[in-house]
Design a protein around this ligand. Structure first.
Ligand code: HEC
Length: 194
């Protein structure tokens, strides 16, 4: 065995021992903020692993208003819990995940190709809170392309669109009941609490 190999092996084992001693009992929290180097490496690994054909995929529904609208509805229902209606990621769940939900209006997300966004939406991101939503059907893929169109629209989201989304966000049974009561009251109906 060559001498340099032995030195590398000893050095590697020593590094593992030091890392084990330093991290022993140091605690962990999903509230921690990832290091920039960590974020950079994870993004680079994702780009590297995305199949070429997908990375250069062209959005078949393009940036048409109907596509953005369909994506908006879907987003408000399934994605906003973590990503927020405006894509900022500023929700109770989104900001307390590790890594947290990113601000998708910024250059890191907007700099991804349409194909990369589609791939993440369909397949999710392992070891993070980002779930896969692929159904293996043409309809499901179309819905994911609508979401890509909506993500491109996020930096220009209007106040009116945000308000529309609030009416589409999922509600807990208690919130749904409260809304029915308020709607009833406002429309002059009988207030059920009495
Ligand atoms: C349970 C929380 C959760 C839900 C629900 C969720 N996401 Fe995510 N998503 C995340 C997290 C956390 C990340 C960041 C992962 C990372 O940094 O590696 C992420 C990342 C992404 C990314 C990559 C953005 C980037 O800059 O890396 C896209 C695209 C995305 N989500 C789209 C969606 C869409 C579309 C939906 C709804 C169909 C959705 N997500 C639902 C948690 C969620």
């Amino acid at each position: 065995m060559r001498k340099w190999f032995v030195w590398w092996l000893v050095g590697g084992l020593a590094a593992v021992c030091v890392a084990a001693m330093v991290t022993r009992g140091m605690g962990f929290s999903a509230r921690a903020t990832p290091w920039s180097a960590e974020e950079w490496m994870v993004r680079a690994a994702r780009r590297w692993a995305t199949p070429d054909a997908m990375r250069h995929g062209v959005n078949p529904v393009a940036q048409r208003p109907e596509a953005v609208e369909a994506g908006l509805k879907h987003w408000a229902d399934f994605c906003a819990t973590c990503h927020a209606n405006d894509g900022s990621g500023d929700t109770a769940i989104g900001r307390n995940l590790y890594p947290p939900a990113p601000d998708m209006r910024g250059p890191a997300t907007q700099g991804m190709t349409d194909g990369e966004l589609f791939y993440v939406i369909e397949h999710g991101i392992p070891f993070t809170g980002m779930p896969a939503r692929s159904t293996g059907t043409p309809g499901g893929e179309r819905a994911s392309w609508h979401l890509v169109a909506f993500i491109r629209h996020l930096p220009r989201l209007s106040d009116q669109e945000r308000l529309t989304m609030e009416t589409l966000n999922p509600r807990s049974p208690a919130e749904a009941q409260q809304k029915t009561e308020i709607d009833d009251f406002l429309s002059g109906g009988k207030d059920k609490r009495r």
